[in-house]
Write a protein that binds this ligand. Structure first.
Ligand code: ATP
Length: 263
């Protein structure tokens, strides 16, 4: 590896090398290499079953790899999972939340798993107060009246808001959004993007946006990859994504062509 590549890995918010993952002896991800620098939105694309969620689970330390390494903010996920997890915010698919818990209890659970200093949370645990304006994040996302009912009785979008708020606790260096923006109403989606964008622009956070919504990738991401059969089939850089913003329909057509060619 060159000196420049070594330096990029050292500074990276996420460095993945040779990552191979399987379930019950069946290999699902094959030798993934990925470097995510600070201050970037990375789009993660791929057909159903391509391996996106598996990659996110392996990055989060939820699935042990068969081979390869994952480091979040320079911390090896296998060697020091507790410290690595503090640098990570994983907004799980709203359908995968623990439905019997209330939103408040889910936030408490995540705060405790991240080792936040207090048993509950304070505004500063969600980043700079300026990010949120005058109100508490719970109020900004219109969640106050849903805090104490089971998540199973919340709408999809309300669950998505809790998943995102939990992920933002502790101001993580790496934020993973797994189809998280889909169910949000336009105002909530705008608030969430505004807050995350401020962190990305300040270089304090990078985001992986796993989604089937190609227009979101064209609109927000400065890099993207597409998985196919558990390997990286295509990469887009900042110039490619700038072109995609000018011509989102053309970007969509190009992705469709790739997906159809690989069937
Ligand atoms: N817990 C599991 N046990 C066994 N196989 C699994 C498990 N989870 C996923 N797989 C398999 O791994 C492969 C990749 O699945 P994964 O969920 O990572 O894909 P994905 O790209 O996230 O798909 P989608 O877009 O449908 O969410 C699929 O073949 C799937 O059947």
């Amino acid at each position: 590896m060159s000196g420049a590549a070594d330096a990029a890995r050292m500074d990276a918010v996420l460095a993945v090398s040779g990552l191979t993952v399987g379930y019950g002896g069946q290999v699902v991800l094959r030798g993934i290499d990925l470097v995510l620098p600070p201050g970037q939105w990375l789009g993660l694309l791929g057909a159903n079953g391509a391996g996106k969620s598996t990659l996110l689970r392996a990055v989060s330390g939820l699935v042990p790899p068969l081979a390869g390494q994952v480091a979040i903010d320079g911390v090896d996920v296998l060697a020091d999972p507790v410290r690595a997890r503090r640098a990570l915010g994983y907004a799980v698919d709203p359908a995968a939340l623990p439905m019997v818990l209330s939103g408040r209890d889910y936030l408490r659970l995540v705060a405790s798993a991240k080792g936040l200093a207090r048993p509950d949370w304070g505004r500063s645990d969600w980043g700079r107060p300026d990010d949120w304006g005058a109100d508490d994040p719970v109020v900004v996302l219109d969640l106050a009246r849903w805090m104490d009912v089971p998540l199973e009785t919340c709408s999809l979008g309300t669950r998505a808001k809790f998943a995102i708020l939990a992920a933002l606790l502790g101001s993580p260096r790496l934020l993973i959004l797994d189809e998280s923006l889909n169910g949000l109403d336009p105002l909530a989606a705008w608030q969430v993007r505004r807050i995350i964008d401020a962190r990305v622009r300040a270089g304090t956070c990078s985001v992986i946006l796993a989604t089937h919504a190609l227009e979101s990738v064209a609109a927000h991401c400065s890099a993207a990859i597409m998985l196919e059969g558990g390997a990286v089939a295509c990469r887009w850089d900042a110039a490619d994504l700038a072109a995609a913003r000018r011509d989102p329909a053309g970007f969509g057509d190009a992705v469709m062509t790739l997906l159809m060619a690989r069937r």
